[in-house]
Design a protein around this ligand. Structure first.
Ligand code: SAH
Ligand code: SF4
Length: 410
């Protein structure tokens, strides 16, 4: 059985929603230079000490994962008080935590209003696997793009997430998973790179990360910083529907692994499935992939391909796919379509997915089917939405029925 905790209950409210009214500037998501400037401008750290203080804070925030200045015990009491007066390092409110029967976890996070806006909610998903754990992070609330098979695409863009909000998804998930060192371990303790609960991150949650380039870049550079969260860039994957001009910049300026939501091998079909294709057609997209900085057999691009019954799942489609990717160091990821109420597609029959995969395998691409995870808690690809648009009970029941009737593998 999947289960769900309503963490807004009074008993947990205070522990889980520290600093809800976020009037203070957050130190999370700032570059080192920005953090130094903020400390000096607040008049609490002299310029000559700024570098050293930033180093201390960086360690507490990103190696130790503390969310309260009071726990930074190698910083003087007075300075801790001054920091707390001016700045926040709090996490978002956790509205709901759901745990699937396959161990997948999904959190609904609520972020405080920015400026005149309203609070916003987004979902983050953790997928534990043999020997690794992947966190699927959101970059926007909703999405401006309208891919016809994607649930998020039916939700209007509310706003971009900030670098802080992108990073606190990772920090909060690690808090909840017990993935930071114990507070009692010596101050120099570092989290071993082996055995981490969150060993990989993928920008595959809600939103199009390349339409929020600057914030995503900042967050990923902090997540991969060797003196902090220290996730290797090879363990970070950014998925895009094909925002061609920012693809090159992703390789050059962020240096993470790239995934392309391909889903079709000709422009006519891709225009329908992934409408951004009308702006950046396949020829331009493939050129950007071929020119992706750092591309090699050891650093391949992942091409995601959602399996839609009688839409893109024939053997001719498989052949066209192999032909299209020829010469690009690539991995292919076949994603069984995850249904949602109101969707106009069905998932391909399992037999057809296997036939398609066999053809791809024979062409030299290994293990291409992505097993759906966390379907019982609507955590699978394309099913994420925010609280404001969460399913009504009747819709949830309809969806459950669809999934029971739908696929043998679910
Ligand atoms: N916006 C980005 C990243 C988020 S979507 C992008 O489009 O790449 C992550 C992946 O899930 C994408 O490949 C997307 O096409 C796929 N996806 C969306 N809806 C889906 C659904 N209902 N079933 C299966 N995969 C889906
Ligand atoms: Fe947006 Fe990606 Fe969904 Fe397309 S697939 S609507 S780009 S989140």
């Amino acid at each position: 059985m999947a289960f769900s905790l309503d963490l807004t209950a009074d008993s947990t409210r205070n522990a889980l929603r520290p600093g809800m009214a976020q009037e203070k500037a957050s130190l999370i998501g700032l570059t080192r230079a920005e953090m130094a400037e903020a400390l000096v401008n607040a008049g609490i750290v002299p310029e000559r000490q700024a570098k050293m203080r930033v180093q201390q804070l960086w360690h507490w925030l990103y190696v130790r994962g503390v969310s309260d200045f009071a726990h930074m015990f190698n910083i003087s009491k007075d300075l801790r008080a001054a920091l707390a007066e001016h700045f926040s390092i709090s996490r978002p409110e956790i509205v709901e935590e759901q745990i699937s029967n396959d161990g997948t976890r999904k959190w609904l996070f609520r972020f405080p209003p920015r400026g005149a806006g309203r609070p916003v909610e987004i979902e983050t998903v953790y997928i534990p696997e043999e020997g690794r754990g992947t966190l699927c992070i959101s970059s926007q609330v909703g999405c401006t793009l309208t891919c016809s098979f994607c649930h998020t695409g039916t939700q209007k863009l509310v706003r971009n997430l900030t670098a802080e909000e992108i990073l606190t998804q990772l920090l909060s998930a690690r808090d909840r998973l017990g993935d930071f060192p114990d507070r009692d371990t010596p101050a120099g303790a570092i989290v071993p790179s082996e055995g981490r609960k969150v060993s990989n991150i993928v920008m595959m949650g809600m939103g199009e990360p390349l339409y929020n380039f600057e914030a995503v870049k900042k967050a990923l550079l902090i997540a991969s910083d060797g003196d902090g969260l220290a996730l290797s860039k090879r363990r970070i994957t950014l998925s895009t529907s094909g925002v061609v001009p920012e693809i090159y910049r992703t390789g050059e300026e962020i240096g993470v692994m790239l995934a392309i939501s391909l889903h079709a091998t000709n422009d006519d079909l891709r225009d329908l499935l992934v409408p951004i294709n009308k702006k950046f057609p396949l020829k331009e997209l493939m050129k950007a992939c071929r020119e992706y900085p750092g591309l090699s057999n050891a650093r391949r691009i992942t091409f995601e391909y959602v399996m839609l019954k009688e839409v893109n799942d024939s053997l001719d489609d498989a052949k066209a796919l192999v032909k299209l990717l020829k010469g690009i160091p690539a991995k292919i990821n076949l994603i069984p379509f995850n249904p949602w109420p109101g969707s106009n597609y069905q998932c391909s029959d399992w037999e057809q997915i296997e036939k398609f995969a066999d053809y791809i395998n024979a062409a030299g691409y290994a293990s291409p089917i992505r097993t759906p995870r966390g379907r019982d808690i609507l955590a699978a690809c394309g099913q994420l939405k925010s609280e404001s648009e969460r399913l009504k009970k009747s819709e949830r029941l309809a969806l459950e029925a669809m999934m029971i009737a739908g696929h043998g593998e679910a």
